[in-house]
Design a protein around this ligand. Structure first.
Ligand SMILES: NC(=O)C1=CN([C@@H]2O[C@H](COP(=O)(O)OP(=O)(O)OC[C@H]3O[C@@H](n4cnc5c(N)ncnc54)[C@H](O)[C@@H]3O)[C@@H](O)[C@H]2O)C=CC1
Ligand SMILES: O=C(O)CCC(=O)C(=O)O
Length: 525
């Protein structure tokens, strides 16, 4: 039974779902990195929010971990390259808290426009400072949206409903989508120059880090109000403080900080500065949404291989997963076979699917072929990290789809190019589930690829099989299955034998001395 750890505070719905789906679950929150490292090795899945930092060190200790699920959007607390390299799938729940976070940004905008937190504190202190708090209307004002994705577009729609004008800076926003959203697409400098309110909704990346730098803040209009409910690090906090102190910036609202938890900051106590402790996603609705989604996604992956919202591998629905399972087994075997048989430095690989296989999602098949192929380079390779490993090695991967059926109703063919030439193998599924090799280097052969095998290329001549049988018998090797293929009578023949014992180098050396043998090697599946 798979085991999942919930390491951040999450709606009880998550644990309920795991248990209902037959997954053992522990809820252990508030652990230090050292404490987490000590226990993570027990778990197949990890469900987190933003407090748990899944670093390379944690991943190194996570010897059984297969999947990490972020109940939320931002995954900057997960070392995704390290997870990918380890073959751990990383998923998020990209929509469950978007409305809630957009509403928080709008709430912050109103709080700034009417100085609600300060007016509240003053009133409750018995001051009744009616003339001190003069607000501004948002109607007719320009909202500058930096990042027009899921949350940004919800913020835009709410702002348009409030009769604001919305200008958006997002390099990936198409003109058509901008029209559909009812916003004006502008460049960053134009946004900075025109916006009365600026709200940030981008992930933290190398391109967005410090996007509101001192230099960019200086380009804003006097009296601008700034809201960040996305990620700390998007705004230069020192420059923001200076802008507030000088009066150039009329107000700033931060839900997120460069360092969290932000227990101290030069901004604290600054007039017209308001903050919340990363509450963007904190509504009961959003927390139930993300808890349900993360638990369903992790369960699907652990129980059936279904992949939804993964950031480091292609999606695969829970319905598709069982159909693809035998193909992945076939693909992995073909990748492994071609990896064991190919000589020289790998240059490129083509993965072709034909007939029924062409109706399926090809990415998982490709991942499985690459995992089989890369097994000879790494013990920890799987279909998640194999594409990354292949890329790292500069391997050119090509996917080809032929809808027509050939000799078989379904076929997967793998062709590798090395500096020694091209090698191709192909396999099918018998009875829709049994992987079977049907072609090896252009020669038709039918074989199961399982356990220890002997691969021999010889001249097709009478007496050879007898001599081989004697050699194997003398070595105490029992033959399980025997498969023969040849180009033409008297030409080159290929023998694939499954044997009950590991094929030693001594045995290979003896087989190579038999007359007519061109190649002999052991294979393992
Ligand atoms: N405060 C909180 O509790 C929460 C914060 N967030 C944060 O909000 C961020 C946005 O979430 P979504 O809208 O769902 O993500 P999304 O991926 O749908 O949208 C992000 C947008 O940023 C744009 N973008 C990327 N690089 C950019 C750049 N250099 N300049 C301008 N735009 C750029 C993208 O094109 C995309 O349209 C998340 O990455 C997360 O960090 C999300 C949920 C809760
Ligand atoms: O889980 C949370 O409270 C934070 C949410 C968040 O920042 C996100 O989803 O990116």
């Amino acid at each position: 039974m798979p085991k999942v750890l919930i390491s951040d505070k999450m709606s009880p719905k998550a644990a309920e779902i795991f248990r209902a789906r037959g997954i053992e679950v522990d809820e252990i929150t508030g652990k230090t990195p050292e404490e987490l490292k000590a226990i993570i090795g027990d778990y197949d899945g990890l469900a987190i929010r933003s407090s748990t930092k899944v670093t390379k060190e944690i991943l190194e200790a996570a010897t059984n971990l297969k999947v990490i699920g972020r109940a939320g959007i931002g995954v900057d607390n997960v070392d995704i390259p390290a997870a990918s390299a380890k073959g751990v799938v990383v998923m998020n729940t990209p929509f469950g808290n978007s409305i809630t976070t957009a509403e928080h940004a709008i709430a912050m905008m109103f709080a700034l426009a009417r100085q609600i937190p300060e007016a509240d504190a003053s009133t409750q202190a018995g001051k009744w400072e009616k003339s001190k708090f003069m607000g501004v209307e948002v109607t007719g004002k320009t909202l500058g949206l930096i990042g027009a994705g899921n949350i940004g577009s919800i913020v835009a729609s709410r702002a348009l409903g409030l009769k604001m004008k919305v200008v958006a800076y997002d390099p990936f926003l198409t003109p058509e989508r901008a029209i559909e959203m009812g916003v004006e697409k502008v460049d960053l400098d134009t946004l900075l120059a025109r916006a009365d309110f600026i709200t940030l909704h981008t992930p933290l990346t190398d391109q967005t880090r410090n996007i509101l730098s001192a230099e960019n803040l200086a380009k804003t209009r006097k009296g601008v109000r700034i809201i960040n409910c996305a990620r700390g690090g998007l705004v230069d906090e020192d420059a923001l403080k200076q802008g507030l102190d000088s009066g150039h910036i009329a107000g700033a609202a931060l839900d997120v900080f460069k360092t969290e938890p932000a227990k101290e900051s030069p901004l604290f106590g600054t007039p017209n500065f308001i903050s919340t402790p990363h509450l963007g996603a904190s509504t009961s609705e959003a927390q139930v949404n993300v808890a349900i989604q993360v638990a369903e996604q992790l369960s699907d992956y652990l129980l059936s291989g279904g992949v939804t919202n993964a950031l480091n591998m292609p999606s695969l629905s829970a319905e598709e997963a069982p159909r693809l399972k035998p193909y992945m087994a076939l693909a992995e075997k073909l990748g492994s076979l071609v990896g064991q048989l190919a000589h020289g430095a790998l240059d490129s690989i083509a993965i072709e699917v034909e007939g029924a296989a062409a109706e399926l999602n090809q990415k998982p098949i490709t991942g499985a072929v690459l995992a089989g192929l890369m097994k000879r380079y790494s013990d920890t390779v799987n279909m998640v990290n194999a594409p990354f490993l292949a890329k790292e090695r500069g391997l050119d991967v090509r996917e080809v789809r032929h809808e027509r059926e050939g000799d078989y109703h379904t076929l997967v063919r793998v062709t590798v190019s090395t500096d020694a030439g091209e090698r191709s193998v192909a396999g099918t599924l018998f009875g829709d589930a049994k992987p079977r090799l049907v072609e090896l280097f252009g020669i038709k052969v039918e074989a199961d690829l399982a356990g220890d095998m002997l691969y021999i290329v010889n001249e097709d001549a009478p007496g050879f099989i007898g001599r081989l049988g004697t050699t194997l018998g003398e070595a105490g090797i029992n033959i399980g299955t025997f498969h023969l293929g040849r180009r033409e009578s008297g030409g080159e023949a290929i023998l694939l034998l499954s044997v009950d014992h590991e094929v030693t180098s001594d045995l290979i050396a003896r087989i190579r001395t038999l007359p007519g043998v061109r190649t002999a090697m052991g294979l393992g599946f």
